[in-house]
Every structure is written in C-alpha cells, then in structure tokens.
Design a protein around this ligand. Structure first.
Ligand code: BTN
Length: 253
C-alpha cells in the first residue's frame, strides 16, 4: 500500500484473490483474537453481502475490504462508526476530484448514483463491544457492464466518472488514512465533529423521503436530521417526529 500513514489501520493487511466475503473472514478472525486495525482485502468476492440481507456484486476491479475494530464504547454508539465510515469514503472519493455525497446511513453517491456501500457487523453484549467488522465496497475500476443488468440503474463507478484509471492501492491508503483520523475522533468522543462532517456531506437531510424500516413499517416525511447516535429523524405529515434506526430510504419527488 502506497502512502499509508496510519498507526493502527492496516498494520496488518491480508490480501486474497477470491473469497466468499471479506466480512465473513474478518468475523472469523475477530472471534480468534485478530487485532484492531486488521484489514482484509479481496480482488473478487463470490458471496458478498450488502445491507438488509441483499447480495453485493463484487467482480474484479473493485475495492472489497473489511476492517476489524475493537472500540471500547457503549454498543449504542456503533451506528456512528457506520456514519464515520461513510464520511471517510466520501472524503476519499472527493480527493480524486469527483463530488461525493452520503445517502443515509452510508451509501456514497456521485450525482445521485451509488458508488460505495458499508456493511457493519457487530459482536456485542448489552454493555460491551467485542468486535466490529466494517465492510467497505467501492466500485472503482469497473464499468456498468460488469454488473448484472438489474443493478446498473442507480449505480456508478469511478471508471464511469473519471477520465483515468485509479490506483486501487492508493485509494485504499487514502481511505485508511481518512478512516483512522475519523475513528480517532470517534474514540475520543468527538461525536459532534463526525456528525458535522456527515451533515455537510449529506444528500438526505432536507429531502422528502419514504422509508421502509427493518421490520416492514413504512414512514414518509421530511428528513430533519440525525441524532447523535446516527439515527434518522423524520418529520411526518402530522408534524410528529419519528426516529429511524435502520431501513431503506427512497426520495419522493
Ligand atoms: C451495502 O451498501 O449494501 C453494503 C455493501 C457492503 C459491501 C462490502 S464489500 C466488502 C465487505 N464484504 C462483504 O461481504 N460486504 C462488504
């Protein structure tokens, strides 16, 4: 990895040619005492997972990686790691010269199309976190034709957005540098800084949306903002507020 300036993130990097899912391997290693900052990267994933039980297509040419973290914070603070990861990805992509925005909770978009997603998996008890695995997928050197037809609409890649190929190792370093900075803020309890960064990059605040919550409930209304646990706050038609912890969001015109 080029220009990696981190102290912890990527101290140990495991590279694979082809795996089912880097998150699955990361979880296994986390259960077998892998250290915080261990990073797993694979060129191809054959059974990668997306949020809400979806599949995640991972052909050769993308950045598919997982980070193992062991934050000593209350489990309620995990949602913030996911937001922080979105911020780190968006900043990394912006540094390549394209504008990136975040759709709640952590899809990264370029002019409205998704380029990256985050899947956070956790092992925690009521009081303590044992590990957090943060899975990051970035559609970097890929063309839309590399994906199956049904996901091409609403998807984009760096190849589609930039005139030149990106150096994937460099992109990984940029991301790990950004991630470590924001993760240190997180561990220092600098929640406000993270939330401010997230809000500045948000493509969701102020929009009228329709949300299918995990469990099936549908809510419609204005996105007022996020609270300091990273939950979305919606103002419904009748003026009441609703807190959304997890779900799928669609903008209503
Ligand atoms: C989403 O937007 O639905 C989240 C996608 C997360 C994909 C990444 S790729 C690396 C890691 N391994 C997985 O199986 N999933 C994540």
């Amino acid at each position: 990895t080029k220009n990696l300036e981190t102290e912890v993130m990527g101290k140990e990097i495991l590279c694979f040619r082809k795996v089912f899912s880097t998150n699955s391997i990361a979880k296994f290693l986390a259960n077998h005492s892998a250290e915080e900052g261990t990073v797993l990267i694979s060129e191809i994933q054959t059974k990668a997972k997306g949020r809400l039980g979806k599949k995640w297509e991972s052909p050769e040419g993308g950045v598919w990686m997982s980070l193992i973290l062991r934050p000593k914070v209350p489990p309620a603070k995990i949602g913030l790691i996911t937001l922080a990861t979105g911020v780190a990805i968006a900043k990394s992509i912006k540094s390549l010269g394209v504008d990136a925005k975040i759709k709640w909770p952590n899809d990264v978009l370029i002019h409205g199309d998704k380029i990256s997603g985050v899947l956070t998996e956790v092992n925690a008890t009521f009081n303590d976190i044992d590990w957090v695995v943060v899975g990051v997928g970035i559609d970097s050197n890929l063309k839309l034709e590399d994906f199956s037809e049904d996901i091409r609409i609403g998807t984009t890649t760096l190849t589609e957005e930039l005139p030149t190929k990106v150096d994937e190792n460099e992109l990984i370093s940029i991301f790990l540098n950004e991630f470590e900075k924001i993760y240190n803020l997180y561990k220092d309890g600098k929640t406000e800084t993270i939330l401010k960064d997230w809000r500045d990059l948000s493509d969701t605040i102020g929009k009228y949306v329709n949300i299918t919550q995990t469990g099936g409930k549908v809510t419609q209304g204005y996105v007022v903002g996020i609270n300091n646990e990273g939950n979305l706050i919606i103002e419904r038609q009748d003026g009441t507020l609703e807190k959304i912890i997890s779900g799928e969001l669609r903008t209503v015109e």
